[in-house]
Design a binder for this molecule. Structure first.
Ligand code: ADP
Length: 234
């Protein structure tokens, strides 16, 4: 279980995160929804350990990890520009995080095959990245994120660069994949359709604060205030 307690992060005059409180329970997919600049990416970076909060604490299963280095958190982070290695094969890309963990070549091969089959790319390990479609590259990036068995997966606008039809298909696949593995996840987007399709609960952010947390249908039927109502389109 992830707990973010009263986390504040400032960049000069800007308060990117303002006393943020958030709990993500085991196996839950939490959507993080808010307009551009509201602090979504900063929150993910603080949880990942890429930024240190000015105030507040972060806990995993009750353990304070606020100062734990990123690679010891065992969290997986996937960005929109997921930067696959273009001159490597699919399998080499997926194996990247496994090599860092010191698995044997046989273990790596087995794990890569398993994860590629999860994302519907079984048998495509020897393909080059450059010959793949956008959707296939997105699947490889997802496989690479999931391969080291992260305790928490954070997806930051993972489908942002793709066209709508492909996004609608992939979001269903991502949802199934996360449920099947009971993955604890944070899914950042500014797209309402995506958040509705993927998240068990949704945290709505505005100007560095979380203004409402709940099931998407509940937020829509009972928005916390006028701003949330307008933002979620009711
Ligand atoms: P979002 O992901 O919701 O678009 P961000 O977390 O990227 O929002 O940004 C939140 C606020 O913090 C914005 O005002 C942004 O300009 C500011 N910010 C984010 N990162 C930095 C940084 N490294 N230096 C200065 N300001 C930053």
């Amino acid at each position: 279980m992830l707990e973010v307690r009263m986390v504040t992060k400032r960049f000069g005059e800007t308060t990117a995160l303002d006393r943020v409180e958030l709990t993500v329970t085991d196996g839950e997919v939490m959507g993080l929804l808010g307009p551009s600049g509201c602090g979504k990416s900063t929150l993910l970076r603080v949880i990942a350990g890429l930024e240190t909060p000015d105030e507040g604490r972060i806990f995993w299963d009750g353990e304070d990890i606020t100062r734990t280095p990123p690679h010891l958190r065992r969290f997986g982070l996937m960005f929109q520009g997921y930067a696959l290695f273009p001159h490597r094969t699919v399998a080499e890309n997926v194996a990247f995080g496994l090599r860092m963990r010191g698995l044997s070549p046989a273990e790596i091969r087995r794990r890569v095959d398993e994860v590629l089959s999860w994302v519907g790319m079984g048998g495509m390990g020897d393909r080059g990245i450059e010959g793949l479609s956008g959707g296939e590259q997105q699947r490889v990036a997802l496989a690479r994120t999931l391969a080291p068995q992260p305790r928490l997966v954070m997806l930051d606008e993972p489908l942002g660069a793709l066209d709508r039809l492909l996004r609608e298909r992939l979001i269903v696949e991502i949802r199934e994949l996360l449920s099947r593995n009971r993955t604890t996840a944070l899914y950042v987007t500014h797209d309402h359709t995506e958040v509705a399709a993927v998240a068990d609960r949704v945290a709505v952010m505005r100007e560095g604060r979380i203004v409402q947390v709940g099931r998407w249908t509940d937020i829509r039927s009972e928005p916390a205030d006028r701003w949330v109502a307008e933002f979620v389109g009711v």
